[in-house]
Design a protein around this ligand. Sequence first.
Ligand code: ZN
Length: 522
Amino acid sequence: MAHSALKELCDLSRSAATLGSIGSLLSWDQETYMPPAAAAHRAEQQAMMAALVHERRTSPRIGDLIASCESDRSLTGDPASPTAAMVREFRREYDLATKLPGDLVAELARTGSQAQEVWKEARQKSDFAMFAPWLEKMMALARRKADCYGIPKGPDAKPGERYDALLNEYEPGMTARELDSIFTPLRQRLSAFIAQVAASTNKPSTAPLSVRIDASRQHVFGQFVIDAMGFDLKAGRLDVTTHPFCSGMAPGDTRLTTRYRDEKFTDALYGTMHEAGHGLYEQGLPKQGTLGTNGSAIPLFGTPLSESISLGIHESQSRMWENLVGRSRAFWEWALPHARRIMGDALAAFTAEDLFRAVNTAQPSFIRVEADEATYNMHVMVRFEIERALLSGDLQPRDVPAVWNRKYKDYLGVDVPDDRRGCLQDVHWSFGLIGYFPTYTLGNLYASQFWQTIQGQIGDIDRQIARGEFKDLKAWLNRNIHAHGRRYRAADLCKMVTGSPLSAEPFIAYLEGKVGSVYGIK
Ligand code: ZN
């Protein structure tokens, strides 16, 4: 039978994905409802599940089946076909899972967990010198990892760099050179805009952000908003954790988490909308669909065609709902009366315009996770430039604080007071997560570029949002982004959907229009 290899490959992959979904459920439970005393046994359960999943994903049988699919022209002859995309992505996943030798995987885990402990203490003491030798060790391991993966060929077929091999884990097909060409004009334009904002005398009041609202009322409001967005609460849940996340663990089961602070309700609101944006993507992926080949239908769950494209595209979905929808004037025209109805009188004194202005406050700061839309990407670009130079060896770990502080001064105009609030603030480098930060900015850029197209195709999108109607927007995202799974690379999807390659221009135009209007610029 012509496609029996593909069928068997998909069956094996589905069983690994089913096991993986059990692991996800264990993790979700651990973050939400598990009693503390269960921690030790839960670690055993998790380790066992991880080992089972790894064993299934790396079995030599899978390698043989991929090779036989690759040589079957009826599957891969047309590179744009769904079957060719499946085989291409099965190959990428299998290579990522099998190319690292066991001793390197163990070394990365061991040194990473030690480095993370040192990082915690170094951050607390604001003592970078203490962390520097560990950063050096993690960079050496990251270089070995990149060499095992091998440097992927970029779309321009020019020789790439080690960074690309690591980036490929999170953003397949993207290269450091390409990031540089998108980020450089973004940095220049943002720098000028941030200076204009800082000089403006028309600053919004942040008073609506510091009213006190009970967490239980915030929870009801959050559920009301995500329900309006179209998140299916019969196929998902919203619970409370320390670190909010979204887990699209299985067909019909997408879990969101958030956290509440009584004194700042917008933290939870935007955190919830962000995770629900991820959640709508997970619910929109064709996890319950099938692919018909030669008379037999292959279930899509467990295959790349039911998975998200990349971290950047995933983040574009969350940022779109959080920022382009949730921080718009139209959103507050709709949401404020409901917020008052559900959360009580705390917001009685404010208008929709007050809320809109308050949630678009822009202020350069030291801390990435607290940054606003105008300054956020600068934080990401500093990290990208530094980690790229560290990996290539152009920058020595001991010189990181000086370079970091200089870039913060140049790009954001702020003087970093100490390493705790400077280069030691993020955990990522301590466990060797290199190539991850840029996906945050890619998410912002993709979101704005998609939004520009959406505005052209749904002419009255703002009026719809002001009425709390999100159906057309959700349907557009389902049809143009979610339904494809991982059939296309991010760059190709972007061109296909928007007609142009990814660019920073739509984001800059959006920011200058919105934040500029708040600060009376232009
Ligand atoms: Zn996110």
